[in-house]
Design a protein. Structure first.
Length: 323
């Protein structure tokens, strides 16, 4: 017996503290005008000292469970997609599992800004084979604690936040979801963040994003177009058949250039980068949750998610909302 999955609920959490571009410009040589015109970012949310990647994830998870009208005890798989976990171990997902009373497996998944869609694909495959009924998939990031706040080329881009979905066994049969995952490790040096396992001797302190901005930008535009086209082609659909495109929120200019090439109407492309900056693995569920909260995502809608980022990695997923 083969099952399929559908999105049953979606939630989010953003720290209360907001940091504007003007505030960053007090510390490094930049301006609101430069940041906004190059990236579309005006503000980002910054975690309070007592908050952690896990605490953000728990808030988003609880919001998603409420949106899905199920309780934590009905969850039998928990995945947290993150590049900024609290610990090497325990996994943030285990701490979330305990906080919401979920059952079954729990683990973190690291595929940078593609991590959330990778996690969706994995959960979908477990639902398809019947070993999972309800999966809690969370993207949670706390970049403000790993950024080099003296590096104006990277510190302006990122923010903290979390988003979550409940992906469940669908009541109706149907063709979707459809996923595609990809990677190209030869592009690894374009985007790096050191961790404990770098060669010794090393003066590299953990954290600190290093990025080739222009090359990453070109990669983002190309891959957003390619992945979208591939998922639609695989499913025999066109852009008109998609209700919501939820791209990774890396840079508004990447989103605008790619969606113009694809011919997507602006009103069907979700963007909240102005308010949150790039929240990496959290950006897709955070944008989706806002749209759900506004009551715009209706049962049967097709939602196309496209993640891309460090690795290099990319992933596309075409899913349905409550079918
Ligand atoms: N304020 C003012 N000037 C700046 C700033 C800043 N914050 N940052 C860089 N500059 C300067 C540079 O020093 C350079 O000056 P120079 O010409 O005198 O050398 C000039 O601006 C142009 O720099 P570029 O890097 O060429 O600027 P670009 O137009 O490419 O914009 C940006 C930079 C916004 C970072 C862009 O390249 C970009 O968005 N890239 C993609 C970022 C991205 O998607 N990252 C994904 C991360 S996802 C993940 O997986 C972690």
């Amino acid at each position: 017996m083969s099952y399929r999955s559908t999105l049953l609920g979606c939630g989010k959490y953003a720290p209360k503290r907001v940091m504007t571009n003007d505030e960053i410009a007090l510390a490094v040589d930049t301006s609101d005008e430069w940041i906004f015109t190059r990236t579309g970012i005006r503000r980002r949310h910054i975690a309070a000292p007592e908050e952690t990647t896990t605490s953000l994830a728990i808030e988003a998870a609880r919001d998603a469970l409420a949106s899905a009208s199920i309780n934590g005890g009905e969850i039998d798989l928990t995945i947290v997609a993150t590049s900024t976990p609290d610990y090497g171990f325990p996994a943030s997902a285990c701490l979330v599992q305990d906080a919401v009373g979920a059952h079954g497996g729990a683990f973190d998944l690291e595929a940078a800004c593609s991590g959330f869609v990778y996690a969706l694909a994995l959960a979908d495959s477990m639902i398809r084979i019947g070993s999972v009924r309800n999966a809690l998939i969370i993207g949670s990031e706390l970049y403000s604690r790993v950024l080099n706040w003296q590096d104006r080329s990277t510190c302006i881009l990122f923010g903290d936040g979390a988003g979550a979905v409940v992906l469940s066994r669908a009541a109706q049969p149907g063709p979707l979801p459809r996923f595609t995952l990809g990677s190209d490790g030869s592009g690894g040096p374009l985007l790096t963040m050191y961790n404990g396992g770098v060669p010794e001797p090393s003066n590299a302190t953990p954290g600190g994003v290093r990025m080739n901005g222009p090359e990453t930008f070109k990669f983002g535009v190309r891959i957003l177009v390619d992945v979208t086209e591939q998922v639609l082609r695989d499913e025999g659909l066109s852009t008109c058949d998609v209700d919501w495109l939820v791209p990774h929120q890396a840079n508004q200019r990447i989103i605008t250039a790619a969606t113009k090439r694809l011919g997507f109407a602006d009103e069907r492309v979700l963007s909240n980068i102005e308010e949150y900056g790039n929240t990496s693995a959290a950006s897709i569920p955070l944008a989706l949750a806002e749209c759900v909260e506004r009551g715009e995502v209706l049962p049967g809608h097709r939602v196309l998610t496209v993640g891309f980022g460090a690795g290099l990695t990319w992933a596309g997923g075409l899913l349905t909302w409550r079918t």
